[in-house]
Write a protein that binds this ligand. Sequence first.
Ligand code: GLN
Length: 380
Amino acid sequence: VAKRLEKFKTTIFTQMSMLAIKHGAINLGQGFPNFDGPEFVKEAAIQAIRDGKNQYARGYGIPDLNSAIAARFKKDSGLVVDPETEVTVTSGCTEAIAATILGLINPGDEVILFAPFYDSYEATLSMAGADIKCITLRPPDFAIPINELRSAISKKTRAILMNTPHNPTGKMFTREELNEIASLCIENDVLVFSDEVYDKLAFEMEHISVASLPGMYERTVTLNSLGKTFSLTGWKIGWAIAPPHLTWGVRQAHSFLTFATNTPGQWAAAAALRTPDSYYVELKRDYAAKKQILVEGLKEAGFKVFPSSGTYFVVVDHTPFGLENDIAFCEFLIKEVGVVAIPTSVFYLNPEEGKNIVRFTFCKDEGTLRSAVERMKAKL
Ligand code: GLN
């Protein structure tokens, strides 16, 4: 394997889902719903296939989807963007992140991450030859240590790669935090790459796109996808929204990574994004009920549960159960209890920082969540 990828192992999500199958454990690890996406979106994909929409799409997205993304972004953030020059459709948000990094970051540029971070960020920055600077968000509230962020910024800092609502912690960046980030970026001419795939799962506060802050649109790439919002994580439809001068870089990388994203999926995505807002209200209501089952259950089972404001994840402190670290705890949980969680130490540059924390997801039907909770209450 190439040196730039030597330190990375099989992703923790793949490892844990394989163990779940092997041990017949309930999988509250990898974040994928165990229920299906909406019928009308699936129908739209089937119809597109029947209608012969099966050849390469336009590289940066079928016009219909680019327009639907721009319309949705206007409703959500108030920003008016040109679907033709500021929206790029990609094969999932993970590709949008890769295209953004590979299209806009030079080897040796510094990029700031907040730990714990989603695993693809570090691997993709490594592929781009970027220097990673990491700021750790600490429990219980995972607030941004603004002074640390300020001192991490140097002349070589090209971008901050952030994620709100935040996987794995469920933290949402507050308006105050976003204002601080914005003023640091403007002052030091730094870009922001903002992964907002959980924006529709904001429970405790309003989601704010950093691009909507004064002076930020011109220096921000906003990244999103269909998967979480429409419970279709296997479709891999994502996008990047950015002003034309940044979109140019994103598109250059995208052209040579995947060239274009699957065509019928794009037609269906356009239909999905045009759904009335009531869909999102219902989605959130369903997830709020699931969240309550899991959070209450984890507390009753004896975990110290950290507050999660958004995403379909919640992190806990497992140390009341006396295992030495997050990996040992997750192994114990799979083998002795029959439940899968995700150890978080892999989401830090320094694994020690995550050794007390594990992540559970509640993107499962209520029966599954109840059985997992029962197992933990009985056996922990
Ligand atoms: N985003 C999903 C999670 O955090 C995992 C996706 C993957 O398996 N790479 O659980």
